[in-house]
Design a protein. Structure first.
Length: 419
């Protein structure tokens, strides 16, 4: 009976997480900027799903052991950042809104990590991550088509939302393909091509650039002569741009005018306005998630850049916590690549794509979005199965934490499995 109850925990967590994604895609709301704080039926459903997620996490048998792992890794600083974001409700002009968005984002990150901890091996967790990522891409694609009246065209497919999910998915697969064989290799090729097709169809310049950067990192880290080959690839791209710059710009910036390229489709004007608004409270920010929505320059649903999103939400203090987390994650990724961990190159490539894409759409550091689910999946895979070096036939990381762990001074913030 106890085992059956435990088996329901990941099912419920995935169900609630996907429910929120469905709410944000299939049941996306279109209303005026003055009504964004109103609690309508869709908002109430989202609030209930967040509450149910928090309730399951509170009583989940493995949540405590996963927390132990998080606090020893970059995940601990991610938690600290969103706790700080929740605290910004104390000075936010919309305290209820800031508090809910911070709790929602933190609960979803933790829920994904706890749900993944129930996977019996790295291979099982990887399959789950890829499957969830594809579902997120498909739901985002349906949402985009729905907004365009299901008219299939390049203009109708254009977005920077589902393409962000697709870029992370594509780059993970690209990073792992070199070491993959047999059924796993075929699976990675299939999912990778699906992600690449979505990036191409979405024609988002941010996602195209993110895919190129992430793919280059994955290529570099997954091959014996990756650095040399990557340097040659960069040289070839630079040469191609010098010889056929218009063609390259047409590929990377499809349908963009010179003015749109220079201003990043109006983003630079937004950022200039945000820079002035950050000065109002540079230390602690204006409150989580409210800056772009209450901007005197223009109402937007997000800051279109993770750096501005963090500074607007939690100021220099929040940026210091976020930067510390990013630095620790980088040390973890370097360690995983040094010891050639399965999944290491893929996670490095995927995280690179996520960070680069966040310079145009803040899928990291701001409120929970559909692509954030894909980022959370990759982060959970990295923390629980790649960083700990869990082999295929080993107990998953939650059992290591429950059995007792020791600190490895060569392994940044990671834990050993108990024997």
């Amino acid at each position: 009976m106890h085992r059956n109850k435990q088996g329901m925990v990941p099912v419920l967590l995935w169900l609630f997480a996907m429910g929120i994604v469905v709410r944000m895609t299939i049941f996306v709301r279109q209303r005026s900027s003055s009504e964004f704080t109103e609690v309508d039926t869709n908002a109430l459903v989202e609030i209930v799903l967040v509450g149910l997620t928090a309730a399951v996490l509170l009583f989940a048998p493995r949540a405590r052991s996963v927390w132990k792992v998080l606090w020893r890794t970059s995940g601990g600083l991610l938690v600290a950042y969103y706790v700080l974001c929740a605290a910004t409700a104390l000075w936010s002009p919309l305290p209820d809104y800031s508090l809910f968005r911070a709790v929602e984002t933190l609960s979803q990150y933790v829920a994904v990590v706890v749900a993944l901890s129930y996977c019996a091996s790295f291979e099982a967790a990887e399959k789950r991550v890829l499957a969830v990522s594809v579902v997120a891409v498909v739901l985002g694609l349906i949402s985009t088509l729905q907004m365009a009246g299901f008219a299939v065209s390049l203009d109708a497919l254009h977005t920077n939302s589902y393409t962000a999910s697709a870029a992370v998915l594509c780059c993970y697969c690209a990073g792992e393909l070199a070491a993959a064989r047999g059924k796993r290799g075929r699976m990675l090729r299939l999912f990778g091509l699906a992600g690449l097709a979505a990036v191409v169809a979405g024609t988002s310049s941010a996602s195209i650039i993110a895919t190129l950067c992430g793919g280059l990192v994955g290529f570099t880290m997954s091959r014996r002569y990756g650095v040399l080959l990557s340097a040659l690839a960069v040289f070839a791209m630079v040469t191609a741009y010098m010889l056929a710059g218009d063609v390259i710009e047409g590929i990377v910036f499809p349908g963009k005018t010179d003015q749109q390229i220079r201003t990043m489709t109006g983003r630079t004007q937004l950022w200039e306005a945000y820079a002035e608004e950050i000065k109002e409270n540079p230390l602690l920010g204006k409150g989580f998630g409210v800056g772009p929505r209450l901007s005197t320059f223009r109402y937007t649903t997000n800051a279109h850049n993770s750096i501005f999103a963090v500074l607007l939400s939690a100021g220099a203090v929040g940026m210091a916590v976020a930067a510390a987390g990013g630095l620790k994650l980088w040390r973890e990724v370097r360690y995983c690549m040094r010891v050639r961990r399965p999944g290491g190159a893929g996670c490095a490539a995927a995280m690179t794509a996520a960070v680069v894409n966040s310079m145009g759409l803040p899928i990291i550091g701001e409120s929970w979005m559909v692509p954030s689910l894909v980022v959370a999946c990759v982060l959970g895979l990295h923390l629980l199965f790649v960083l700990t070096g869990a082999p295929s036939d080993a107990a998953p990381v939650h059992q290591a934490a429950e059995a007792g762990t020791t600190q490895d001074h060569d392994k940044p913030g990671t834990v050993h499995h108990g024997h």
